[in-house]
Every structure is written in structure tokens, then in C-alpha cells.
Design a protein around this ligand. Sequence first.
Ligand code: HEM
Length: 515
Amino acid sequence: MATSISTFSSSLTGMDKAVLALGSAWIVYLLSRTKGGTPLPPGPRPLPLVGNMFQIPQKDEWPIYEAWAKKYGPITYLTMLGTPMIVLNSLKVVRDLMDERSGIYSNRPLMAMKELCDLDWVLTYVSGEAHRIRRTVVQRYFSGPASVKHRYHQQQESRVLVANLLKRPDDLEDHIKQHTSSSILLGTYGYRVSGADDPIVHEMERSFKQAEQLNGPMAFLIEVGPNLKNWSTFLSLSGLDKSLYEIKKVFTACRVDPFIRTKQKIEDGTAVPCFVSTSLDDIVSEGSLSPDKVQQKEELIMDCASVMYGAATDSTSCTLRCFFALMSLHPHVMQRAQEDIDRVTEGERLPTFDDWERLPYINAIISEVMRYNTVTPLGLPHSVAKDDIYNGMLIPEGSMICANLWLIFRDPEIFSDPDTFKPERFLGDEGARCREVLNIAWGLGRRSCPGRQFAEAALFITISSVIACFNMTPKLTPTGEVPKLTFHDGFIRRPKTFPISITPRSNKWADLVDK
Ligand code: HEM
């Protein structure tokens, strides 16, 4: 038998062998489509070995995902070099799996890059117990009633933003960057940002850009390519080892430097109360801890603090930039909001947090901005900790799970006339269902955004202050047309620069802002 196999093998040409290898891989793939008789969810037919890698769109992806959802139903199964990616297309499936079964659907994928860069301290990347411990630390200072502590600074920073807009209305993007950075750095390290070119912001942005590489195509190949992560020669030939070194260096600097600076200020007695100072105080008040235990706890605080900038600024900036563009494109919405604010403030002062309950239309605008231009249209990917069976289909362990928020937020059964920007849909009793569904914009299960209350408060005070003070109109193109709001490709939907003219509603408002 062995002889006949070797005779057969030696009679094959190189091409025959390649075809045979691909064929065998294909059969293995087909066999793997079921496990113990349980079928995988449906999806577009993959190619041998590479799977659906070349069918997964890199840009203009939404119509394709939508077409797949129409064809295959609420769950679309894709693979890339053998790693399954599962897209959940309906609210029910998203809730059933990512909320109800959150215990096994809350890991994060992309573990290989995390390990290569020694990033097992980053809350947003880690899973299991390491994740649970870090979230508890962050939630204690940023979530629930604790989030109210930040309001004083948030209101002050909203005043700085409107003052900057009054002085230099054309530098909107710089002002938003300064505003979102300062808000989160004050809350985390007690550090106020002086301007868009602030050195700490510069350093944080650098680390942030490096982190983006963790989501880039090379990172993905390392993740899904079998054993690629063990190929040190490949890493060195591709030059990736240098990038990895850079990523590690910048991440470490952002983790350690601002923490040490705040500790120094605490010792000098000049620290502003913040996440780091309060958490360090908590350690002191715990009393007789061993030096090792103290160091361990301090490192945990340092780790948690260092992820807040990245988690908070991009999401909030993108939402604010969409808000400005959408206001300028929908003047009737802006006017109604201005009338509401004038009614509450009698046109004599800027809004404060005390006005929040009496300004439901501002909340409705924030919700509609988040629905209409969702920052994370496929959510942030989770992964499954073990094999699961749902409605008779196998969800294999390690699958990347994405919630198709884009499609759900455009479901006409939930959001009537979904392509129209209409904040009214979120008002009153009729808006309750829309408000409830929009919760998923903040993520799901054990991964849902721990900064939600912080972000909601920041958006309220910023957006209400801006609407109170300014009129916004789109700057027409050289051919006299209204520009279109467009976006960069990628997992995070970042708006491209949208030209807006921002003018004070009247001299009285300009005086108020100047005070
Ligand atoms: C408009 C603003 C924001 C939006 C739309 C947003 C949305 C999200 C989403 C969709 C996730 C992923 C959840 C998941 O994996 O299921 C997330 C995670 C996270 N967000 Fe936010 N976020 C915003 C602002 C903030 C702010 C201001 C902070 C900090 C104060 C923050 C801190 C975090 C952290 C630390 C995570 C990681 C959670 C984890 O992996 O367990 N976010 N956010």
C-alpha cells in the first residue's frame, strides 16, 4: 500500500500536487462546516484556504453586508484564513447572544498582536479575569453616580470650546480635539490641555496611531495566519519587528509618564482630584498593605488610566464632528433646539446640568446623531470563549463576533424613514422603543462602554452650549453646492472634514461667551 502511494505520488507533477493540496484543504473545510452534526450559520461561499478574505469589503461595506443579511438571514458566517467572523444582523440575535450569553461572548479577538506587543495590561484588549478586574476599577470612578464628579470640569471645558469657536470659528477640528482631550485627561490625570498642539495630547495621539496598526491588515494576517506569529524571520524581514518595538515604546510612555506626573503633583500638593488621585487615596485608606500589594494596586491604576484617553477621545470627537455637520445641514432642527434652550434659560445664560431634564430635544438630537452616523457600525468585535449552539447552528469557539449596528439602526420596522435625520423619533412615549434600541450603540454585555455616563454628560453640556450660542451653516462648494458629509474607511467611522460656517447667534451671545 505504502509503495503504491509513493509510486502514485512520484508520478504527479507540481501542478497536480498543488491541485491535490487545495482539494484536500477544501474537503477539510467542507467537513469543518459541521461539528457533531451541527451546521455552521449560512454565508457566502468561501475560497479554499483564504476563505472569504477577498469578499469582505474594505470600503463601502454596508450595502454588501446588507445584501448578505437579506440572502442569509440574521447571522452571516464568514472565514478569513480559517478564522471565523460572524456578523449578527438583527436586534434579537445581538441581544440573545451578546447580552443574554454575555458570559461567553465577551472576549476580545486579536490576541496575537496583543501578545507580540506585551499589551496584556490594556483593558480594551484583555479578556476574562484580567478584564473583569480592570473594568471594576474604571467603573468605580467613571460609571453610575460616580460619573457626576466630572460635571464641573465638563461644564468648564464646554465654555472653553464655545470661547475658542468664537475666536477662531474655522479651526473647529482643533477645538474639538482640545475639548475632548482636556475633558478626559482632567477626569483621569487632573491635567488641563492648553491647546490642540499640547505635548501630552501629541504623545497620546502617537500611541493612538500606533494602536491603529493593531487593527491593520498586517496585524490581521498575524492573528489569523496559522503559526505566523512564531515566524521571527518573517517579522524581521517584513520590518514588522521594528513597528512592534515602536508600538511597545510609545504605549509604555503613555502608560507610565502621565501617571508619574500626577503622582508627583499629589506629593507637591498641587494635584486636581481625578481618577488617579482618588484611586491612590483609596489605597492609602485601605491601611496596612504590603509594599508588593501597594505596587500591584498602583500598577493596576496606571494601566486603567492609560486606556481612557484612547477610548474616550476618538468616539466623542467623531460624534461631535457629525453633530456640527448635521446641524448645519438641518437648520430646522437647530432652530427648534435653540427655541427650547431659550425657553429654559430665558435667553440670559448658557445651559447647565440643572437644565438637562428640561431639554429633551437636545437628548433626542444626541441620540439621532449617534443612530444616523454610528461611530462603530459593526460595534467593537467580541469573540466567543467556547463552542456555542444557537437556533441549531454552531458558533465555533474563537469566532470574531460583530453586531451589525448599521443595519439595525436602519431597520424601518424600528426607525421609520431611517435615512432621514429626525431627532423627534426619540421623543416621548413613542420614542421609548427607539431609545431602548439605541442602547446597543454603547456596546454589549460585559464589554458595554464603562464611560457611557461620562460621555452622555459631556455630549449634553457641549451640544447644548454650542446650540445656545451659534448658528451653523454649511460652506458651499466652489460650484455652489452643499457639501456631502463623507467618512474615512475603517472600523471607526471618522467623518472627513466638513466645511462649516459658525457664527454667534447675536452680539448678546458673543458677550455671554466672552464673560
Ligand atoms: C460618544 C462617545 C462614546 C461612544 C459612542 C462609545 C462607545 C463604545 C463602544 C461601542 C464600546 C465597545 C463595547 C463593546 O465591545 O461591546 C466602548 C468601549 C469602551 N469605552 Fe466607550 N464610547 C464613548 C465614550 C467613552 C468615554 C468618554 C469613555 C471614558 C470615560 C469610554 C470608555 C470606554 C472603555 C474603557 C471601553 C472598553 C470597554 C471594555 O473593553 O470592556 N468610552 N465604547
